[in-house]
Design a binder for this molecule. Structure first.
Ligand code: CUA
Length: 341
């Protein structure tokens, strides 16, 4: 193969890779376009290390090409050039320069790391929201200790306020990552890790698990819903007083089906259901969630498939299938779930 063709092919492969990578970038899920203070601090660290690496590369290649050209063997000249070693000045120079570069990198990295893992203030403050995050195979639990409720798969936060997260795991190691806002922090069984994030603008940001945790690791997604503080407050009030009591006949039937089949694992607040499970996502306000199982759009078709055969959508999930329910029971159950606000 001619050299031109060879380089042409390599160029083609790299162009395809670049196109593939641009295809991966989803809106609201881009580390290089952070939408909050924490993300911006982390991007500043990425930029700093890239600048340092580029500087090192430029210097090393400049010296390399200088030596290559300057000391090229001339035709008919077979003498060996003067051999130099143990030049104290040079030796010191290439020990001291990397040390300086590492210090320039280490100081802001440590500062940012400790600042982003800061403990939440003890007192309740207007500009701060505290959330306890618990990872489960393969779903996310969000508890708001100051407001006294739990939710799942959707982390609601107010814009412009600092959100302090306490992260723990119920089973194996997971990692909490919201590319546009901040990340990643591991959730390790038996220990509490902390991180802080914030969003500048309202929007729905994609979150995911970033640590291989089982068959459905790649499907362990969640949403971060950032709202204006006034909208967030409305959401909090709604979650505190959920309207979960069924209105129509079908919804009433559905609640019965729920209490017979789902209640030992799932909880719905604001109902008179006596047993409330906490082994599975809390379903309060499920009708308003954007996704089913944190994964697929919350519509009739997806909910139906999820309830009948969850393994086909999330392999390894602890959610059993309910394809044995009668058609009527299944449709009233779905009607009830969709009515939850
Ligand atoms: Cu949880 Cu990967």
């Amino acid at each position: 193969m001619s050299r031109g063709k060879y380089f042409g092919r390599i160029f083609f492969v790299f162009t395809m890779f670049a196109l593939l990578l641009t295809g991966c970038e989803e809106p609201m899920s881009n580390v290089l376009d952070p939408q909050g203070g924490a993300g911006k601090e982390q991007l500043a660290l990425i930029n700093l290390s890239v600048y340092i690496m580029v500087f090192v590369c430029v210097v090393v290649f400049a010296i390399y090409f200088y030596v290559l050209i300057r000391f090229k063997q001339k035709p008919g000249d077979n003498t060996i050039p003067e051999q130099v070693e143990g030049n104290m000045k040079l030796e010191l120079l290439w020990i001291v320069i990397p040390i300086i570069l590492l210090v320039i990198l280490a100081v802001p990295t440590l500062q940012t790391t400790f600042s982003l893992a800061e403990k939440a203030p003890k007192e309740q403050r207007d500009d701060v929201v505290k959330v306890k995050v618990t990872a489960h195979q393969f779903w996310w639990e969000f508890e708001y200790p100051e407001y006294g409720f739990k939710t799942a798969q959707e982390l609601h936060i107010p814009t412009g306020k600092k959100v302090f997260l306490e992260l723990q795991s119920d089973d194996v190691v997971h990692s909490f990552w919201v590319p546009s806002l901040a990340g990643k922090t591991d959730l390790v069984p038996g220990r509490i890790n902390r991180m802080k994030l914030d969003a500048d603008k309202p929007g729905t940001y994609k979150g995911r698990c970033a640590e291989l945790c089982g068959a459905s690791h790649a499907l362990m997604n969640f949403q971060v819903v950032a709202e204006k503080p006034s909208d967030f407050d409305k959401w909090v009030e709604k979650r505190k007083k959920p309207s979960s009591e069924p209105q129509t006949v079908a919804q009433k039937e559905g609640k019965k089906v729920f209490s017979q089949n789902c209640m030992s694992c799932h909880a719905i607040d604001g109902t008179n259901l006596k047993v409330k499970g906490d082994k599975a996502p809390n379903l309060t306000g499920f009708g308003e969630r954007k996704k089913v199982a944190g994964l697929m759009e919350n519509n009739e078709e997806n909910l139906d498939q999820w309830l009948k055969d969850p393994q086909s959508l999330k392999p390894g999930t602890y959610m059993p299938g309910f394809s044995h329910l009668s058609k009527k029971d299944m449709s009233s159950l779905q009607e009830y779930l969709r009515s939850l606000e």
